[in-house]
Design a protein around this ligand. Structure first.
Ligand code: 0O2
Length: 228
């Protein structure tokens, strides 16, 4: 077997380390990875365009924006490997594409809870979007207090000679839910020791207060809408 003279830095995942038998193999692998990322990025772009059109349509009709911010990301290779390892799944391109639903992720932040469900219904009406999975952490919050609506959808990406059905995870949440999730995430990741039970309870209590405020703000908005 031809020996590789490519220096593979140790943080590079084993998926790449084990496969580098020659420069050609490495090149092929890099190309494959680049193409995979491009396809996922295209899936994200298509959904972002749909959300952008919705916002523009609302603006022209003189309606308020139902989307405050849209953020997107592609999961890092390290994070992909960690998740596959955690789930005891094989580490390969096929495995990550078949088993991971959140390689491509979009976060949609809305002013009110009703906006979340309106956007969901709007997206699912599109014939090119297929709902694969739905987790409603607004109706059933997670033990931590986390609230959001998670949708995994599939959307076709047309390349010159092939079509790829790409899975995209869409997390929909209100500004208030995002405020809690962002700070809680940061607190958890900054803490080197495990979070004590008392702090977990406190974070959950804060999440419940925020959820109550969210509902109150929506009630005020509805009241004002009736006055107009
Ligand atoms: P990142 O960087 O946000 O991607 P599955 O993904 O379905 O195989 P899992 O892990 O049970 O399995 O999915 P879940 O819990 O439905 O969704 C995971 C994602 O939701 C997380 O992604 C977070 O973005 C978010 N999330 C879930 N629970 C919490 C929580 O308690 N606090 C905060 N702040 N976010 C949460 P990742 O992979 O952790 O990271």
């Amino acid at each position: 077997m031809e020996k590789s003279n490519i220096h593979v830095p140790s943080p590079l995942p084993s998926i790449i380390k084990n496969s580098v038998s020659s420069q050609t193999n490495f090149y092929k692998l890099a190309m494959q990875f680049q193409q995979m990322i491009m396809v996922y990025e295209s899936g994200i772009k298509q959904i972002e365009t749909k959300l952008d059109i919705l916002n523009k349509e609302n603006k022209i009709a003189g309606r308020r924006n139902s989307i405050e911010t849209v953020k997107s990301r592609i999961k890092t290779p390290q994070s992909i490997i960690e998740k596959l390892e955690k789930k005891g799944l094989p580490i390969s391109f096929t495995s990550m594409m078949e088993n991971l639903n959140d390689i491509a992720g979009i976060r949609v932040i809305c002013p009110y809870i009703s906006d979340i469900y309106n956007i969901k219904n709007m997206l699912l009406k599109h014939p090119d979007i297929t709902l694969i999975e739905e987790k409603d952490y607004i109706k059933d919050p997670k033990e931590s207090g986390y609230r959001s609506l998670h949708l995994v959808v599939e959307i076709p990406v047309y390349l010159s000679e092939s079509t790829h059905n790409v899975k995209v995870e869409i997390q929909l949440r209100t500004i208030a839910m995002d405020f809690w999730a962002t700070l809680e995430h940061e607190l958890r990741y900054k803490t080197t020791t495990s979070v004590p039970e008392s702090v977990r309870r406190e974070l959950k209590r804060v999440a419940e207060n925020i959820a109550m405020t969210d509902k109150e703000m929506e009630e005020i908005a509805i009241e004002l809408q009736h006055l107009e």
